[in-house]
Design a protein around this ligand. Structure first.
Ligand code: TRP
Length: 324
C-alpha cells in the first residue's frame, strides 16, 4: 500500500522561499505519485497571531498561495485544520499520555521563549496538537523543514506511549527532510524565518522582491576581487533555482573575480521572478473566485473528517470515552 504523505503549514503571513523549499515544493512533487494530505494549521497559528481578522485573512491567503503553487485539491485532501475540529478531542487524549518532560525538551519551544514570545500553555503544548494532526489521519511520511524534525520524533514518542497504554492504534510517522539542497538561508545568512525578518517572499510584488534581494548581505569585495563561492549567501540562494551546470559556472566566475555582487543580485532577481510568475498569474485567478476556494476547502474538510472519524472512534473505544 502506498504510504500516506501528510504535512501542515501555518498561515502566519506570506510564504517565503524557506517554506517553499522545505515543505511546499516537496509536497507538490509528492502528489505526482501519492495522494497527499495537506492542511493549513490555523489552530497552531494562534500561538503567534492574536487578531481574528488577521488570522482569517492569512488563512484564506495561504489557501490561495498553496492552490496557486500547484496543490491539486481534486486528487488530494486539502483543508483547514480546525474545520475538522475533532482534532481537539484527540489532542486531549494525547496530552494525557504525554510526559511533561518530553515537551520541555523541545527546541522550538525553548527558542521561541528565548526570542521573547510569551510562554503560553498553547505554545508549550504545540507539539501535542501537531502529533494529533499526524496521528488522527495516520500520516506516515511527513515532509517538514529541519526545525520540525524533533516535533515528528515527539509524535512518534507520543504514539508509542499511547499504543503501549491502550494497544496498537497509531502508525509511527517518519519525518522527511529535503536534504538534497539543504536549507535556504535568509537575506542575512541565518535560517530564513518570518520571525527573523530576513525572508524573500514568494508572492512579493516585483518592487518588493527587488528590495528583499538587493538587501542580501555581501562582504565589501570589489568587482575584480576573487570571491569564495561557499561564503556567498547570493549563491547559496541561487543554487535552488539553477541547474548544477550553471551553478558550477557561477562558482568559477566567483573564484576568478570580475563578477560583482550587483550584477549577481540582478540576475537572482530575474530568475526568482521568472520562476514564480506563472504561479502569480494562477493566484490572481483564484483570488477572483472566493466561492470556489471556500468550496474547495469545505470539500477537503469533508473528506478529511471521514478519515479522521475512523481513527477517533477507535480511540474513543480504547480510552473509554465511548462508554455505551
Ligand atoms: N509545526 C509545523 C510548522 O510550523 C506545522 C504543522 C502543524 C505540521 N501540524 C503539522 C507539519 C503536522 C507537519 C505535520 O512548520
Amino acid at each position: 500500500m502506498e504510504k500516506r504523505v501528510l504535512s501542515g503549514i501555518q498561515p502566519s503571513g506570506r510564504f517565503h522561499l524557506g517554506n517553499y523549499f522545505s515543505m511546499i515544493k516537496p509536497m507538490i512533487e509528492y502528489q505526482k505519485k501519492n495522494k497527499i494530505f495537506c492542511f493549513i494549521v490555523n489552530l497552531h497559528a494562534l500561538t503567534s497571531v492574536q487578531s481574528g481578522d488577521l488570522l482569517r485573512k492569512q488563512t484564506f491567503e495561504s489557501a490561495l498561495d498553496l492552490l496557486a503553487l500547484g496543490l491539486d485539491p481534486e486528487k488530494n485532501i486539502f483543508w483547514v485544520q480546525n474545520d475538522v475540529n475533532e482534532i481537539m478531542e484527540l489532542t486531549w487524549y494525547l496530552s494525557c499520555v504525554t510526559p511533561k518532560g518530553l515537551l520541555e525538551r523541545c527546541h522550538s519551544y525553548k527558542d521561541k521563549v528565548a526570542k521573547g514570545i510569551p510562554a503560553s500553555h498553547g505554545l508549550f503544548s504545540y507539539p501535542v496538537l501537531m502529533a494529533a494532526d499526524i496521528l488522527l489521519y495516520q500520516g506516515e511520511i511527513i515532509p517538514v523543514g529541519k526545525d520540525q524534525k524533533q516535533h515528528v520524533e515527539v509524535t512518534r514518542d507520543i504514539a508509542i506511549k499511547f499504543n503501549n497504554t491502550y494497544g496498537e492504534v497509531f502508525k509511527l510517522p517518519e519525518p522527511e527532510i529535503s536534504e538534497d539542497t539543504g536549507i535556504i538561508p535568509g537575506i542575512d545568512g541565518q535560517k530564513m524565518s518570518k520571525s527573523y525578518n530576513n525572508t524573500i517572499d514568494i508572492f512579493a510584488e516585483k518592487t518588493e522582491l527587488k528590495k528583499q534581494i538587493m538587501s542580501i548581505v555581501t562582504d565589501s569585495k570589489a568587482v575584480e576581487d576573487p570571491k569564495n563561492p561557499d561564503e556567498s549567501i547570493l549563491l547559496a540562494i541561487m543554487q535552488f533555482f539553477v541547474s548544477e551546470e550553471e551553478f558550477n559556472d557561477w562558482k568559477t566566475r566567483f573564484w576568478n573575480g570580475g563578477t560583482g555582487y550587483g550584477e549577481t543580485k540582478k540576475y537572482l532577481l530575474e530568475i526568482i521572478n521568472n520562476y514564480f510568475t506563472p504561479f502569480r498569474e494562477k493566484r490572481e485567478e483564484y483570488s477572483k473566485d472566493r466561492e470556489l476556494v471556500l468550496r474547495i476547502l469545505r470539500n477537503g474538510a469533508d473528506k478529511a473528517r471521514e478519515i479522521a472519524m475512523v481513527t477517533l472512534n477507535e480511540v474513543r473505544k480504547r480510552v473509554g470515552t465511548k462508554y455505551y
